[in-house]
Design a protein around this ligand. Sequence first.
Ligand code: ADP
Ligand code: MG
Length: 846
Amino acid sequence: MPRCPTNVLPEPLHAFLQRVTRPIEFACRDSYAHLGTLANLGPFVSAQVIDALTERTYSRTIESDLLLLRELFVDFHAGLTTDQQRERLMQARELLIRLQTGRPEKQPRYEESADPTSYHAQSVNQAVRPLWEFPIQFAKGVGPKRTLLLQRLGVKTVEEALWTLPWRYEDRSKIFAIKDLLPGMTATVCGVVAEATSTRSRFRRMAVLEAVIDDGSGRLQIVLFNQPYMEDVIKTGTRLFLVGRIVAGHRGWHRLRMDVTHCEGIGEETETTLHAGRIVPIYHETKGWNSRQMRVLIRTLLDEFGGDCEEVLPVRVRARHRLLPIQQALEQTHFPPAGTDMALLDKGLSVAQRRLAFEELFLLQTALAIRRRRVKEEQKAVRFDPHTPLLNRLSRLLPFRLTSAQERVFGEIQADMVSSRPMNRLLQGDVGSGKTMVAVHAIVMACGSGCQAAFMVPTEILAEQHFTNLKPILEALGLRPILVTGGRRSKGRAEALRMLQAGTAHVAIGTHALIQQDVRFANLGLAVIDEQHKFGVLQRKTLRDKGYQADVLVMTATPIPRTLAMTVYGDLDVSTIDGLPPGRRPVRTWLFDDALRGRAWQIVRDELKAHRQAYFVYPLVEESEKVDLKAALQAADRLQNEEFPQFRIGLLHGRMASAEKERTMKAFKAGEIDILAATTVIEVGVDVPNATVMVIEHADRFGIAQLHQLRGRVGRSAHQSYCLLMSSTTGCRRATRAGRLPAEEQETSIARQRLDAMVKSNDGFMMAEEDLRIRGPGEWFGLRQWGLPEFKAANLLRDADLLQQARRAASALLEEDPHLHAPQHRMLKAGMLRRWQAKLDLGSVS
Ligand code: ADP
Ligand code: MG
């Protein structure tokens, strides 16, 4: 498409302007006399803008003006006062004038090619595209083949390429002369291949490349194992860059050898400056694409597009936090200037890297703050009554008083419920801290105010348990609870659903099927979501999509380290129950290996004899559920027949029918079963206070969060409880040379650290921090389930301080400009929406 000369409007834009100008002018005419009659102005303008934007690509300035225009109208009819509407119309007129007169467009990046079929002719279309839409295949030097390779690395656009950051660096600023090398050192050498041979080792058919390198000062033998693809590189006459460890060669000290860890062919002099004689970035590679190629590509992109990198951080934020401009930050992250501290670079703490990390975190925090704000701006239809007599009756029914922590937290929830805004609160408290009771208070308050409540839990077992426990209390208050689970396809279910829809049932307890399936409420006022980490963050959206304006209380025992809480739950208000109900004793935790099984069993026997009960938990060992089930069944048999013949043993696993599960749980709760052998179905929530022993088989296969949850099943009474971790790997070698262990051993060492953490501490929050430390945030249990962002530069564990700063900066900025309407925040807003709109359900943020 030919470029439009400055000041001549592209035809479609002209038509668009005519279409929207008319109604807007009409609205303004006669001192806004017609404003009231234009019920559809908002949707109309907004739809027109979207059409215009999809129809063709405009310059960035025009696009952002169009978006601004749309923003003025998105919520035009939603609660704006007439004055505000007039103000918007004024702004719209200004914008329209600006669009009419047009501002000079940016020069396109390519001159138009004479031959319309040529490769460059295609790129002209891309000329005015921003980098995040600029396909990498149109960048210089990237053909179709490279496009595919890059796609494999997750790079589709120029922006994505520029944000593909080095994962480490090598200091090649000092190049050693071969004559100065000494055995034992790791060095960088640059020389020409004098001889090269490639063989296969006899034993393992391993490819071995050998060569002799000459740098004018001497000769060096080099060996590469198992890198057959380097054959093309290591050819007589090519110049190489080599990094590796120097060892004594076959003939001893006189002929040194290098075990090469990194090898690159270097060509012309100009290129050399990229790959050598400096601190060099190392990227993730894939077959057919190596760091060297990436370096060249990034260099080209930076030269060609660096100036077009959009600066999303507002100038004031950058000034305040002393952040480099984006272009410089990218430049210095890819190609650190001479003298940059290598230690900082490797830790990701150089000035440039921190700048990029800050940007990522700042965008996230801005998005979260906006979401938080939006929720707060919503109005709910119901007002809950904090003085409902039902609450008093509830406290009289309970055998205990709420602890002060429970009282405080319920107070916070009450305040939310009374307010005119929807509640969006996270309640965290360690396992056994009594979250359920707090939820029951909220539920009773909702019902006492004439609303229905939903109590959602992750498993059917838990739903049934809550139902059984809460039914008597709720019924005593004159409320009717019903159980709704996916598994109940019976007449009873249909009846239950009918009562919910009719409003004759007040509390629905069930799995998340409750809000996902055919369930309809007459008047849902409160949704409590237990063990939130099993669900994901977007429950509110589901509720809203179903047309409910309900208050939401999510509860979790999964301890979330502070940094992550701010990320994951950054838009929720958080209440924490710190401390357990009175009289609890910390669970004693021991680690046993197979040789000490007898001792562990003695503890179990002693407890059972004292009429306590025990859980035995078996992990998912194999991929197949069937195989696991078999293992659990066999283990249960062994318990019954060989190890604890005098006690009654029950079995619980995921494949049982719900009714049967229910029966087993009831029997265990009633004390008719002494030992409950189970797969991890009992992981969360189950509450049988008389159980005092938790035996976890193959404990090394569980993550910390799971272990802690399982341990939380005991210690729920005044009796001393025990958690016995069984693991055959306890005697394993500890990692001595971190990073050098074979994968399997590393795994074992990490498992061992987890188990040690369990033995050391009962505090869920401390263990979560520990877990995060051991595994790093990428692997941390919650992240995947939450669908949490993977950052390119930021690292939640390392950058806790940056996250804090970003959060504060984002709040301050939104305090000033809540809708990011100011022109200096336009880029920020666009960048933030691009990154987070879909993920965080920002919907029609305007
Ligand atoms: P969690 O926070 O893990 O969901 P639960 O709600 O299951 O914990 O509560 C654990 C146990 O503590 C339950 O048996 C419950 O009845 C009991 N409990 C809750 N609150 C109190 C309290 N204030 N005083 C004594 N026991 C309590
Ligand atoms: Mg619970």
